[in-house]
Design a protein around this ligand. Structure first.
Ligand SMILES: [Fe+2]
Length: 205
């Protein structure tokens, strides 16, 4: 079998400011209607849904040339700005099923926060602006939050066989922290009163 059939062929990837990734081979998108239960303020979510036009609120375009061990998935994650109640727009978030698998995020446009929870207690929020990279180690649940007023786009890279567990956060009543609009519109990290701890063995499935 040829190298290319096993490992894939080299790929040129060219992201643009509108959230398109030239050279990608996959895309998924989330609409507001897909995100029931993500935000704490149910009334604010219901109001936003009434006014919603059904456009994607975030999407991912990515390149996965191979499923072989050691292969990388590289893509762009694009998150529209806004708030629901006092929480800034965010992705669902996940932990990798291969818990030790790390991930790189690199800011391309806009202003956001990478919110990260270690399974056993620590919580971090790192601001990302264009040119800033965040290394998310294995073992950290992570989600992107748009704290600016324009499209927040990042380039990401992870091992293709890392996998994603998207239920870990919902089972815990949300992440430990909320990223909210504070005084003067600046973002603030505050404790989430609904968080009830991450289940042990959550990622063993
Ligand atoms: Fe990830």
């Amino acid at each position: 079998m040829r190298t290319e059939d096993i490992y894939g062929a080299p790929v040129r990837l060219a992201p643009d400011a509108e959230g398109t990734l030239e050279g990608s081979d996959g895309r998924y998108e989330k609409r507001l209607s897909d995100l029931a239960g993500l935000y704490r303020d149910d009334a604010a979510y219901a109001r936003a849904l009434e006014a919603d036009q059904g456009e994607p609120v975030y999407w991912v375009e990515s390149s996965t040339p191979s499923q072989v061990a050691g292969a990388l998935t590289i893509g762009v994650s694009c998150l529209r700005p806004g708030t629901i109640g006092n929480e800034f727009a965010m992705t669902r978030g996940h932990i990798h099923r291969t818990v030790g698998a790390a991930e790189l995020y690199y800011g391309l446009s806009g202003r956001g926060v990478m919110l990260m929870d270690a399974l056993d207690g620590d919580s971090r929020a790192v601001e990302i602006t264009p040119g800033v990279a965040v290394h998310v180690p294995g073992g950290w649940i992570h989600r992107s939050v748009n704290v600016g007023d324009e499209l927040f786009t990042t380039l990401f890279c992870y091992a293709t066989d890392a996998g994603q567990d998207y239920d870990v956060i919902a089972h815990a009543g949300g992440m430990r922290s909320l990223i909210v609009r504070g005084a003067g519109g600046a973002w603030a990290q505050v404790p989430n009163p609904d968080h009830r701890g991450y289940r042990s063995g959550e990622t063993d499935e």
